[in-house]
Design a protein around this ligand. Sequence first.
Ligand code: DLL
Length: 432
Amino acid sequence: MIWNPNKECMSRDEMRQLQGKRLHKLVNYVYHNVPFYRNKMQAMDVSPEDIQSIDDIVKLPFTTKQDLRDNYPYGLQAAPPSEIVRVHASSGTTGNPTIVGYTRKDLAVWSEVMARALTAYGITRDDTFSVSYGYGLFTGGLGAHYGVENLGATVIPTSTGNTEKHIRLIRDLKISGIACTPSYALYLAETLDKMGLTKDDIGLRIGAFGAEPWTENMRKEIEERLGLRGFNLYGLSEIMGPGVSYECEEQNGSHINEDHFYPEIINPETLEQLPLGQQGELVFTTLTKEGMPLLRYRTKDLCSLIPGECACGRTSVRMGRIMGRSDDMLIIRGINVFPSQVESVILEMAEFEPQYMLVVDRVNNLDTLQVQVEVRKDFFSDDIGRMLALKKRLCDKLKSVLSISADVKLMEPNSIERSQGKTKRVIDKRNI
Ligand code: DLL
């Protein structure tokens, strides 16, 4: 089934025309409503009239997460505050989170693109669907939630936590679809085992997995252990949240909702556009967004766009799996973590040297983060009580900045290896 064949199966020519029209309108809109973009365009000597077709997009400036931070909180918002009906946030590299405001129309587009995704996975009005992404400032929970409602299936807003209760709900409410991170899906499978249940005791049919990278091997394992078919769901808060792209039954790349989010692949060094099929950094322009529209937003996600038609009948361009990042962002239990956030916490505390290491691992399918940090000579002590209190203070601060708990290991002065060249701050032992 296809939710919106008019858009999802549009001819390529029609799609490009629509994108050109929408881009022209968007550029006018941001030029007149966002001083940041007007200044950038003026500095590049580009006026809205220069943007007539989608190919003209290369004349426009890029936007980065740093730009969002510099304009915290609402500097890039184009719509007046009275039009904003919801705000989400995601972690910034240090200090300020990235704030994204949505108008009523933005939310309608979001639930439309999510309904397209869910329909492509095979969810119908007859399904009962558990949304097990976090509800809150993170876009996963509410974004998926309204998509399920828009489609007309029954939504169970389970959010995260209490996995045994969740499994009992899956069994008792006959939940047939689930949206969660792929690593949480594996954790569910493990908890199922622990409870002495098997996949036949629950009736899950379909999973919508995303918010973090995953592999074909993980897909096989999740599908086998939970007895469902798992589909990719991609998105990012700055552009919308979940639903920017989605897999269809062919499971060969994720269809981009390109009538709303125009994709480009660029060389992250030269910033030049790369031809279809080549791997580089994914860039999106929000063609229809009102709240905080973005021109050529650099996602830092590395992937390629897949040329050619898809056997499912959709004509929208597909993106391959995310193969890595062009920055140092980590995704731990679905939460974005920048090493610089940890650094800023450590630098604020007089007890520590600016020497630290992040050790990321996956234990029983759950990501773990250990922060090893050197205590300054004057503060290092044999008094266990004092050391434990210091450790707890750092743990609490990290939790409030990162939104996930980290294990802290206090290290003796001079025990973390100093590197000659570029300092290595992260050891990621996960095999993904
Ligand atoms: O993770 C939105 C989302 C929620 C997507 C639920 C899918 C499902 P952010 O917290 O802003 O938003 O993180 C966005 O997560 O740039 C990618 O690096 C990564 N990411 C998201 N989905 C996938 C995926 C949400 N399917 C960042 N595969 C993105 C690989 C993904 N990486």
